[in-house]
Every structure is written in C-alpha cells, then in structure tokens.
Design a protein around this ligand. Structure first.
Ligand code: IMP
Ligand code: MG
Length: 186
C-alpha cells in the first residue's frame, strides 16, 4: 500500500486498520453491548469530534433502545496531549438513574476520559461504562476502565475514521498510522 503524503502537516500516512477490520470490530462491540444491556435502555454519550463516525456505525448495530447525546472535550495540540482536558460542550440529557455508555474514538493517556467520567458519575447514573474503538496503551496516565475496546494498539498516532491530525483526515474510511516524513521517506 502506497503511503499518503501529508505535506501540510509534514507527515506520511500508512494504512494500519482497513475498513473491513474496523467493521469487524464494530460488529463485535455492538453484539457485546447489545447482549450486556438486553432489557435495558441506554443513553449513549458520544465524545466529539473524533467518535462521530464510530458512533454512527455502532448505534446502527445496537439492538437495545437508546437515546444519544454528545459531549466535547479538547486536550490535544497536534499529536501531543496538553494534559489539561476542557469540556467545551456539555450533556443536554438528564443522566440520573440512566445507563450511560460513553463512546470514544481512542483512549490514549486516559486523562480526558477520566475527567469526563468523574463529571458523569456526579450525575448519579444507574451505570456508567466506556466503549472505545481504539485502546492505546503506551501513554496511559490516568487509571480508567475501558469496558469495551474494538482494537488494542500499543503505540503511534493514528488518523482516519473520525480521528484527526490538526483537524485533517477525519474523513478517511480506513485508519492510518501517521509519522513525520523524515522518519520514513525514501
Ligand atoms: P487522552 O486524554 O490522552 O486519552 O486523549 C483522548 C483523545 O485524544 C481522543 O479522544 C482523541 O480525540 C485524541 N487522540 C489520542 N490519540 C490519538 C491518535 O492517535 N490520533 C488522533 N487522536 C488521538
Ligand atoms: Mg476524542
């Protein structure tokens, strides 16, 4: 597979997870979540912006009744976490007594997710779980429990299928590994 050259960001993108691999992960997650919540109703909380594509595919495969809500947390500049998550868009729904499922694109340091989970726990939900497409272990700093993980990845910065690099590449249907051009261009 030929890499994509990203001149603007000085990066090259190499295919990492194909759309088929992603679809298989989404199917498996949807089956697990649907089985675990059978007979209950979910409030699915999508963490914008990165999780929009994953969430759109996931909810279409869930067989339990659900409502959707959206939150937004920002903690990234380029490929580095600033370590200071800011919630820039709040939940609109009443969460007390409901079964909350947070849908994330990727858990990296876990800092933004742990801040969100702390806030959501204060709302007094009946339950609170996390479903992420990618669980990236290398830089984990916060102690967060990921209940459902589609793909486990050790390291690297990935883009596509909702995930971005400075706002670019969210639209790609597959997921690519992004690395500085100087590191690999021949
Ligand atoms: P954390 O607080 O470090 O866990 O960062 C979580 C958020 O950072 C994710 O929801 C993503 O939006 C973003 N992020 C972390 N790693 C990557 C990556 O490899 N590619 C694109 N975005 C990422
Ligand atoms: Mg995110």
């Amino acid at each position: 597979m030929k890499p994509i050259y990203d001149e603007k960001n000085g990066m090259q993108l190499q295919l990492l997870y194909s759309r088929q691999r992603i679809a298989d992960a989404v199917d498996r997650l949807a089956a697990e979540v649907s089985a675990d919540y059978a007979g209950r109703e979910l409030l699915v909380i999508v963490v914008l912006q990165g999780a929009f594509m994953f969430a759109a595919d996931l909810v279409r495969k869930l067989t339990v009744p659900l409502n959707l809500d959206f939150v937004r947390i920002a903690s990234y500049q380029g490929t580095e976490s600033t370590g200071k998550p800011v919630t820039t868009m709040q939940l609109k729904s009443y969460a007390r007594g409901r079964h909350l499922l947070v849908v994330e694109d990727i858990v990296d340091t876990g800092i933004s997710l742990s801040a969100l989970l702390r806030d959501l726990q204060e709302e007094g939900p009946a339950s609170l779980r996390v479903c992420t497409l990618i669980d990236k272990h290398e830089r984990r700093r916060a102690d967060v429990r990921v209940d459902y993980a589609g793909i486990v990845c050790e390291s690297g910065f990935v883009v596509g299928y909702g995930l971005d690099l400075n706002g670019d590449w969210r639209q790609l249907p597959d997921i690519y590994h992004a690395e500085p051009v100087s590191a690999g261009r021949d």
